[in-house]
Design a protein around this ligand. Structure first.
Ligand code: HEM
Length: 326
């Protein structure tokens, strides 16, 4: 979500360096993201461009075999936001390098509220907050107002796993529809059913209308903004706007601590369809912008990973960020 380059002053660069000395890296991470996306800006420093929607989630019968969470027991309302990655609110919708984000709250405001902040890649670009800080610091402009390509190269060489998400995205077609691409929850979650049986899973949202990919040439022919209109057209014509929520089943010994790595044979694993999430209407931006999507806010019987350092860094980062943009 972080492919951004905006000239900043030497002063801003120095203040980030000072803040980075503190023990908890999260405030420094957010500060670095804000520096890169435009200090003082009111847009998000990641997923800056996006649109808010409402929808519904209809659980499938099999879901309760894995989890007794209330969202799997009845149809629930959904609040969702699709985004184009990075901190530039004017990024072209046909960008090749940016990822696409899908944040949603199921049963928004209800007792079983469950939130996910997903992207259209099965892995993240860093595995820990410290590595994220290093990734960002390598991209901060120096005293001349420009990032140093040598620093970026040296960081990538010393942290090869941080290049995996970009490589994965580069091998995919350009996203032609926010509802025409799969999104992953990336982290490993644990589901608990009514008799206490537990299953480690990764979440994937799979578009029911199939993938809509553009070649580089096709994307160049598109206006800078086409994703909102594409989805509006689907809503008007009742074309598919849904995703199957899929649980990819983990096996004993699968690591749960590394969001930069896929499980062995992950695409060939058995899966369980947990339900169908449908986007049904455009929602005013303020409804999504005035609150965060909090990946740690999960209904009972859905738990995030305990040994993944990145997972618990997300909620405080989003909280700091919204504090500066409201
Ligand atoms: C698997 C890891 C991650 C994924 C998939 C991810 C994805 C996203 C997405 C899709 C958004 C846009 C949210 C929206 O539409 O409202 C976002 C925003 C953001 N992300 Fe992440 N993110 C990850 C980890 C992190 C971490 C570890 C941090 C910092 C420690 C972070 C910091 C932020 C911030 C500050 C925002 C802006 C939030 C706001 O102002 O509301 N992210 N992220």
């Amino acid at each position: 979500m972080l492919r951004i380059s905006v000239a900043v002053t030497t002063l801003a660069w120095m203040s980030v360096s000072a803040a980075a000395q503190s023990a908890d890296p999260v405030p420094s991470i957010v500060e670095a993201m804000q520096t890169l996306s435009g200090k003082g800006a009111k847009h998000r420093p990641s997923g800056a461009k996006g649109q808010c929607y409402t929808g519904t989630f209809v659980p499938s019968e099999n879901a309760t075999k894995l989890s007794s969470a209330s969202i799997f027991q009845a149809t629930s309302p959904v609040l969702a936001r699709f985004s184009v990655g990075g901190g530039n609110p004017k990024v072209a919708d046909g960008s090749k390098v940016a990822n696409r984000g899908f944040s949603f709250k199921i049963d928004n405001g209800g007792r079983g509220q469950t939130e996910f902040v997903m992207v259209n890649a099965p892995i993240n670009f860093v595995k820990s907050p410290q590595q994220m800080l290093g990734f960002l610091q390598a991209r901060l402009p120096g005293p001349d107002g420009k990032p140093d390509p040598e620093k970026i190269k040296a960081f990538a060489e010393a942290n090869p796993e941080t290049t995996g998400q970009g490589r994965w995205l580069a091998n995919q077609p350009i996203v032609g529809s926010w509802v025409g691409v799969a999104y992953w929850g990336i982290h490993a979650y644990t589901l608990t059913n009514a008799v206490g049986a537990q299953q480690v899973v990764k979440f994937k949202m799979s578009p029911t209308g199939g993938a809509v990919g553009l070649t580089d040439e096709e994307a160049k022919g598109k206006p800078s903004e086409f994703l909102v209109d594409e989805l509006a057209g689907r809503l008007a014509s009742k074309a598919p706007t849904s995703f199957d929520m899929i649980a990819i089943l983990g096996r004993a010994g699968d690591p749960t601590n590394d969001p930069t790595a896929r499980w062995a044979d992950e695409d060939a694993r058995p899966t369980v369809k947990l339900g169908t999430l449908s986007i049904t209407a455009v929602e005013k931006s303020a409804t999504c912008d005035d609150a965060i999507f909090d990946p740690m806010n999960l209904a009972k019987s859905i738990e995030g990973p305990k040994d993944d350092l990145l997972f618990p860094a997300r909620t405080p980062a989003y909280a700091i960020s919204i504090g500066s943009r409201l």
